[in-house]
Structure formats: structure tokens, C-alpha cells
Design a protein around this ligand. Structure first.
Ligand code: ASP
Length: 439
């Protein structure tokens, strides 16, 4: 049995957090491959090391003095080393980094040093072997991951190492320069490592006890999702819920490896299991609620629209012509509504309207702005009657006007459109009817 464990920045922000991580790793012999992030914030006012590195490199690039900024970063690592009583010195590493900054080694190189240095400390602390991600993770010329080469080289290398630390977030570009994933990308590294070693499980340790049913900024102390499928996760993350980097799902999902989101500060909590498929039903019918504000609905009317071949295509071409992607598109008999992002749409609205008139010749177009979309997601809805009815009545009781409701044909989600101003109350109402009343 092999477990790959990834620890996020808040789990490694200082020596105390490192000690918790050490305990977690040593508590289970199966935790053989460790992927650390860079040290995160120690408190609300703190700065992540990655952000410090970006700022420091900004100075170097502008030919300004970056020494003080770099020393501040070194201090963060030294505090961890000293706090753990390690006999490790990063003196040489920092000399090299300073040199490379002077030579403008690139912004990705700069950012990657956060994980690189943390990996060195972690390996020393655990007594595991350090494997530089630059030697085992590869990007293609276009910047995308070279999945095949990475899987081969990484799998081969790790097959010979019993226990290793592989820093997250970066790898080697096709041009021989260091490249990073997008922000939060250590999640992706963890997933790639899990696939390469054929892990039984990818544990992703963070500072929450799993995926929450709803946003804790809106719902006080929301319930934790025990099990969620990859498809449900995709729906929820698309609608704004975030715990895991989107690209982290792909490698493990294809290999059938479950992800377990865990809390470094509460290791006894079971966390959330993200799985391909499950026969476990959620206690609450729904799995989660997420949503986003800031949409415009473009309502297009045309008598006998349903009989006109190609009408939808013509309407959508109008959006395409203007470089606008649409979010959602419910339709009626003689109407069709297209939801778009308000900030993206605002500057182009008149141009879009005239394109629709030209291409689709509708009877009438109406716009409504300041709308929010809420997705109520759950595999359980398929086998439960009355879910939409419960949502409607909960919203009616809360005096919320539902502008739109649409159930995807997968029966995995129901999308509700409300005014921006009703967004939070609508989420509370839906949460209460499904979760509070079940507790
Ligand atoms: N340290 C990087 C960031 O702050 C990557 C990560 O933490 O996953 O985005």
C-alpha cells in the first residue's frame, strides 16, 4: 500500500506546523512520498513565501536591490530549521538563488524556490530522500505538462526510492528553464506523483477538515462532505467552491486513485473522499451548494423559435463573434436565455445585441444584470423525488424571487438564478432545508 501525501502552505508555515506534519507522516508507514508546498501564512497578516519570492524577484528584474527582501525569505526558513533543531544550512542555496536572481533566471524559477527549499528541509527533517522536481517533472514547449515523459521518468526514479520528498509546484520546461504550474499547483504535483507510483490513495492535507457543503463565509460552521464524486466536485468547483487545484483531479482520476482531503490541524478528522463513483449516499440528498455573483441574463424572444433550425447556433455565434463565453443557457419554447459574466459583457453589450439581431433576427432582446447563479449539486437527487420542489419552497419561504431554475439532464445539479442581493440568503435557505433540518 502506498500513500502520497501533499501538504499545503498553511500546514508548513512554521516549525510547529512542520512538527504536526512529521507526526502525521510517521503515524502511517504507507505515507512514503511527500509533496510539500512553500511555507504559507502564519496568521492573517502574514505573507506567503511564494508571494515574497515574486516580490523579491520583481526587484531583481527591475535592477533594484533585492538583498533585504531575500534575507527576509531566508529568515522564514531559518526559523523553521532552528525550531526543528535541524543541523541544516541553506547558506549555499541562498547564495545560488541570489546569483540566479541577478542573472534573471525567470519568474517561475524564483517562485519555485519556495517549494524547493521547503522540500530540502522536509527531507532532512523526515530522513527521506530529496528528489528535485526539476529532474522528474517536465513541461512541453507550449507550457502544458508533458504527462507521458513525467510519468515515465518519475515512476522509474521513485520505484528505486522507498521514501522521498518531491517539492510541489514546479518542473523543468522544454527550454531547460524552471517552470511552475499556476498558483496552488502543488496539488497537481501530488496528483502526478500519486499516479506515477500507482498509489492507493492521494492524501491532500490542508487547514480544513475537507470539502464543506457550503461556503463558511455564508454558512456558520457548515457540514463536511464525507464523499464526493469527481463529477460533483467539478460542478462545485466550477461554481466557485475551492479547496483543490482544478488540474489536480485529472491524473489521479484517470488512474482510479481516490483523493482524501485532510486537516493537518485535526488529523483525527476523516476529511472528504473524492472518488470516481460510490454507492454511499449523502446524508442530506444534496452533496454541496456553490455559486457566483455577477451575471447578466440575455433573454432572446422569437415566435416559433423552436421550429427554426439553427437558431441557437446563430445566437451563440453572436457571443462568439464578440469573444464572450457563456455560462449557462436555459431555454423555453419561444425564448432562450444566455447567462454571461457581467464584467466581461458590460463593455460589449450593444455590440452583442446588434450581432444577435443581425444573425438571428429575434423579436425582442432583454437584458437583466446583477444576477447570481447557485448550483445545488448532488448525485442523490437522481433517486430522490421532490428536490426541486424543496428548493422552490425554501426560497419562497425566504421571500426570494427565483429568476431561473434549471435541472441539468444528468440530474446531478440544479442551477438557480437569483438577484445578487439575494445570493447569501438563497444559499442559507437551501442549506437549511437540506442540511439543518436533517441534523
Ligand atoms: N506555493 C504555490 C502558491 O502559493 C503553490 C502551492 O502552494 O501549491 O501558489
Amino acid at each position: 500500500m502506498i500513500k502520497v501525501v501533499k501538504f499545503g502552505g498553511s500546514s508548513l508555515a512554521n516549525a510547529e506546523q512542520f512538527a504536526k506534519v512529521g507526526k502525521i507522516i510517521h503515524a502511517d508507514k504507507k505515507r512514503r512520498y511527500v509533496v510539500p508546498s512553500a511555507p504559507g501564512k502564519r496568521n492573517d497578516k502574514d505573507t506567503k513565501v511564494t508571494d515574497m519570492l515574486y516580490a523579491c524577484y520583481g526587484l531583481a528584474e527591475a535592477d533594484e536591490d533585492f538583498r533585504v527582501a531575500l534575507m527576509k525569505i531566508k529568515d522564514r526558513y531559518d526559523a523553521i530549521i532552528n525550531g526543528l533543531n535541524l543541523k541544516l544550512s541553506l547558506e549555499e542555496e541562498f547564495k545560488q538563488i541570489s546569483e540566479d536572481f541577478k542573472n534573471k533566471a525567470g519568474v517561475d524559477y524564483a517562485a519555485s524556490r519556495g517549494e524547493y527549499l521547503n522540500g530540502i528541509i522536509m527531507a532532512d527533517y523526515l530522513g527521506y530522500e530529496f528528489v528535485d522536481a526539476a529532474e522528474v517533472i517536465f513541461f512541453q514547449e507550449d507550457g502544458a505538462l508533458d504527462a507521458e515523459k513525467t510519468n515515465d521518468v518519475l515512476g522509474e526514479r521513485l520505484s528505486k526510492i522507498e521514501r522521498a520528498v518531491i517539492p510541489g509546484f514546479y518542473g523543468m520546461g522544454a527550454d531547460g528553464r524552471i517552470r511552475t504550474f499556476s498558483r496552488g499547483g502543488s496539488d497537481v504535483t501530488g496528483s502526478i506523483v500519486a499516479k506515477a507510483v500507482h498509489a492507493d490513495c492521494y492524501e491532500n492535507w490542508t487547514d480544513v477538515s475537507g470539502f464543506l457543503v457550503a461556503d463558511p463565509r455564508i454558512i456558520h460552521d457548515p457540514a463536511v462532505i464525507k464523499t464526493i464524486t469527481y463529477r460533483e466536485l467539478r460542478e462545485l468547483s466550477y461554481m466557485g467552491a475551492s479547496v483543490l487545484h482544478e488540474d489536480a483531479v485529472f491524473p489521479v482520476r484517470k488512474a482510479g486513485i481516490p483523493i482524501n482531503i485532510r486537516n493537518t490541524n485535526a488529523p483525527e478528522d476523516e476529511g472528504t473522499w473524492i472518488v470516481e463513483s460510490t454507492c454511499h449516499q449523502s446524508k442530506y440528498t444534496i452533496t454541496g451548494i456553490a455559486g457566483k455573483k455577477g451575471f447578466v441574463s440575455v433573454n432572446i424572444d422569437k415566435a416559433m423559435m423552436n421550429a427554426e433550425v439553427g437558431f441557437g447556433r446563430k445566437v451563440l455565434s453572436a457571443f462568439e463573434e464578440n469573444g464572450i463565453s457563456f455560462e449557462h443557457m436555459p431555454s423555453g419554447i419561444d425564448t432562450m436565455t444566455v447567462f454571461v459574466h457581467q464584467p466581461e459583457f458590460e463593455g460589449k453589450e450593444q455590440s452583442v445585441i446588434s450581432s444577435i439581431h443581425r444573425l438571428a433576427e429575434p423579436d425582442n432582446i432583454e437584458l437583466e444584470g446583477d444576477l447570481a447563479l447557485i448550483a445545488v449539486v448532488g448525485r442523490g437527487m437522481k433517486s430522490t423525488r421532490g428536490t426541486a420542489g424543496r428548493i422552490f419552497s425554501a426560497l419562497a419561504h425566504a421571500n426570494i424571487n427565483v429568476k431561473m431554475i434549471d435541472q441539468g439532464s444528468s440530474e446531478l445539479n440544479i442551477i438557480i438564478g437569483v438577484a445578487n442581493a439575494d445570493f447569501e440568503n438563497a444559499i442559507r435557505a437551501v442549506y437549511n432545508i437540506f442540511v439543518e433540518t436533517q441534523l
